[in-house]
Design a protein around this ligand. Sequence first.
Ligand code: HEC
Ligand code: HEC
Length: 220
Amino acid sequence: MLGCWLIPVSDLAWPQVTTLGAPRSLAQFFLAVDADPARRARMMAAGKDVESRLCGACHGVDGNSVNPEVPNLAGQNAVYIVVQIRKLLRGERKHETMQIIAKMLPDDDIVNVAYYLSKQRVTSPPKESAPSAQVGETIFQTQFCIYCHGAEARGNEQIPRLAGQQRDYLLRSLRQYRDRSGERNDAMMSLVLNALTDDDIVGLADYLNGLGMPGGGEPQ
Ligand code: HEC
Ligand code: HEC
């Protein structure tokens, strides 16, 4: 359904991606790694090294953030993580600190850390939902969101997982798309949020945060 959004491998200069057979997209590359235990083990080790040196201080141990302003990366979809780092590098997504960090990462490290984080178990359990979460649930289930993000908000490949994401981070991102303030740029996201009020956005953030991330990542 969303094939047109996949990154073609011809668009990647990354040696380890292009050496693995001939995957047509980054999503296919990650699937091929899943099926190759030796390569998987190498990428997990390299990814863990990057994560613990450069990411954990903000994003939490193995991507389980404890700061409501900083997104969880545990169990996030690997292609989405790579795409966002590329957007930060190109200035298509703006966040001063993350843009600096993105520039510190050699290309292969981006792929390794994305793969590693996508496989981490999510430690945040589903929470008692705030009253406004009801509003958010209705919007999420009826206003196109599920066509891309899925009924359980797990996303897929280039579409982010939203279930259990940090509340304040969700609020900020949703407002940035809706208000077209220039930090987060995605035409579809701006369009679907266009008519939503601030209360609707609070409801969405409460609903999605409260979902927890059932089954996120894999046990290591
Ligand atoms: C100094 C703190 C800090 C460090 C260190 C850091 N990040 Fe971040 N990161 C953030 C913040 C804050 C955001 C939210 C940016 C925004 O609001 O757009 C973020 C956002 C992201 C996102 C986007 C997530 C999403 O759901 O869209 C990715 C991917 C990411 N970081 C990856 C990494 C990786 C990989 C590392 C290590 C190599 C790392 N970050 C290190 C603070 C940090
Ligand atoms: C046409 C597909 C599509 C639809 C419909 C859609 N989304 Fe998205 N959503 C995306 C994509 C793709 C991204 C990543 C965009 C980017 O690169 O910034 C995204 C990003 C997001 C993010 C940021 C996640 C993060 O980790 O930073 C949130 C929150 C979100 N969507 C919520 C929603 C809600 C709520 C709705 C319904 C009102 C919705 N989306 C409808 C495709 C969609």
